[in-house]
Design a protein around this ligand. Structure first.
Ligand code: FAD
Ligand code: FES
Ligand code: MG
Length: 275
C-alpha cells in the first residue's frame, strides 16, 4: 500500500498526487513509469513518474481523468492509500548534450514529457517546447515545462490560447528558424504519427514515447506489443521510448482502439453508480 500525501489540481481534470514510495523514488530516472492498481478490484494502469523527492521518499504522478481508473485516482485525497504500485519500469531516457531539442507534447503526453524536458535542460541542451491541445483547458503543466525550457510555444486547435493550429504547424515554424538536433514527441498516437512525419521530412532524429495499453508491465502479457523497424517490441520493457521514424503507428492506433466500447461502458456505469 502506498499513501497519498499531497494532492493538487493542475486543472479540472488533471491532478498531481505525491505518493509515498521510498524505494521507487530512489531508483527512478527520467522516462521511468509505474504500474498502479488503485484498489483491490482495480485494473492496472501505467503512469509516468513526473518527479521524486529523495528526502521525503515520495514520487509525483500527474494524472489526467479519462476513464474509470484515472477517475478513481483523481478522487483520492491525502491520507488515502493506493493498493499497489510496481516500478520503476521501462528504460530510462537516454539524455545527451546534443544542442537544441524540440520537445512536443500533445494533451496528457505533456506529463511524460516533463521529466524528459527537465533532463534535457540539465544536460545542457537548449530546449524549445511546444504544448498542444484541442482547447485552452487541456493545456497542462505549462508553468512546470517553462521552468526547464528556453522557449515555450502553445498551440490550440480552436485558437483559445497561444497560436491557433496543430502541433505540426508549430513544429514547421520552429524548424524553419532553428537548427534542431533532436525532437521528442509525446501525445496521442495520431499526433505522434504526423509529428514524426514532419521531423522525417527534415531528417531530425526523433524519439516518441508510446502510450500503448499495458497490463503486467514485465513483457509477459503482450498487451503493449508494437512493431518498430519491422520487429516486435514490448513498450513496457523495451520502451516506452523508440525511434519515432521506425514505429508502425497505424498498427498501434488499431490496437489502441480495440477496447474503446468496453472502456466507455465501464466509465458510464461508474459515473452512474457514483452520481
Ligand atoms: P479508460 O477509459 O479505461 O481508457 C482510456 C484510454 O486510455 C484508452 O482508450 C487507452 O488509450 C488508454 N488505456 C486504457 N487502459 C490502459 C492501460 N491499462 N494501459 C495503458 N493505457 C490504457 N496518463 C496520465 O494521465 N499521466 C501519465 O503520466 C501517463 N503516463 C503513461 C505512461 C505510459 C508508459 C503509458 C503506456 C501510458 C501513460 N498514461 C498516462 C496513460 C494512462 O495509462 C491511461 O490514460 C489510463 O490507463 C487510462 O485508464 P482509464 O481506466 O482511466 O481510462
Ligand atoms: Fe504486458 Fe508489456 S504490458 S507485455
Ligand atoms: Mg480503464
Amino acid at each position: 500500500m502506498n499513501k497519498v500525501i499531497r494532492k493538487e489540481f493542475f486543472s479540472e481534470n488533471v491532478v498531481c498526487l505525491e505518493i509515498e514510495a521510498p524505494r521507487i523514488a530512489k531508483a527512478r530516472r527520467a522516462g521511468h513509469f509505474v504500474i498502479v492498481r488503485v484498489d483491490k478490484n482495480g485494473e492496472r494502469i501505467p503512469l509516468t513518474i513526473s518527479s521524486s523527492d529523495l528526502n521525503k521518499g515520495t514520487i509525483t504522478l500527474v494524472i489526467q481523468r479519462v476513464g474509470v481508473t484515472s477517475r478513481k485516482l483523481t478522487e483520492l485525497e491525502p491520507g488515502d492509500t493506493i493498493a499497489d504500485m510496481v516500478g520503476p519500469l521501462g528504460q530510462a531516457t537516454d539524455v545527451k548534450k546534443v544542442g537544441t531539442v524540440l520537445a512536443c507534447g500533445g494533451g496528457v503526453g505533456v506529463a511524460p514529457l516533463l521529466p524528459i524536458v527537465e533532463a534535457n535542460k540539465k544536460a545542457g541542451n537548449k530546449v524549445i517546447s511546444i504544448l498542444a491541445a484541442r482547447t485552452k483547458e487541456l493545456i497542462i503543466l505549462e508553468e512546470q515545462i517553462r521552468e526547464f525550457s528556453d522557449e515555450v510555444i502553445i498551440m490550440t486547435d480552436d485558437g483559445s490560447y497561444g497560436e491557433k493550429g496543430l502541433v505540426t504547424e508549430g513544429m514547421e515554424k520552429v524548424i524553419a528558424r532553428e537548427n534542431i538536433d533532436e525532437a521528442v514527441i509525446i501525445g496521442p498516437a495520431i499526433m505522434m504519427k504526423f509529428a514524426a512525419e514532419v521531423t522525417r521530412k527534415y531528417q531530425i532524429p526523433s524519439i516518441a514515447s508510446l502510450n500503448t495499453i499495458m497490463v503486467d508491465g514485465t513483457g509477459m502479457c503482450g498487451a503493449c506489443r508494437v512493431t518498430v523497424d519491422g520487429k516486435t517490441k514490448f513498450v513496457c520493457v523495451d520502451g516506452p521510448e523508440f525511434d519515432a521514424h521506425k514505429v508502425d503507428f497505424d498498427e498501434m492506433l488499431m490496437r489502441l482502439n480495440g477496447y474503446k466500447d468496453f472502456e466507455k461502458d465501464a466509465d458510464e456505469r461508474y459515473r452512474k453508480m457514483h452520481q
